[in-house]
Ligand binder design. Sequence first.
Ligand code: NI
Length: 146
Amino acid sequence: MAIYEILQVGDEVLRQKCLPVKEINDTVRELLDDMAETMYRADGVGLAAPQIGITKRMIVVDVGEGLVELINPELVNGRGRQIDDEGCLSVVGVTGPVERYKTVMVKGLDRNGKGILIKAHGLFARALQHEMDHLDGILFIDKVKK
Ligand code: NI
């Protein structure tokens, strides 16, 4: 396992649209391990692959309910709304209110390539939406309510 450097806003990698993972192999699994280790070391609740310079559609989230890893995540549906302060390991020292769905259903693949469907509420739903935005080059500061 390895700790990666987390890229900071201004790095163009954070603005790229990430590519789907085509083959799930040991390299991908090792990367998921490294992403989780990097997230925990930085005291974050989520991390997306582009934040460590890898433009692939992979995220990890842990809001205190256990680690969730998702490959090629997609929003199936979102309901309700919540507005709360958000931050990002790639935008150190900045927080601001962002509107998100309150409840989401997200589908993706696990580390073995098996399809999974996750239903999330509250902070967990917020973190999933935040991390999925990263895969399309979107940062929370783009969405902060003025
Ligand atoms: Ni972030």
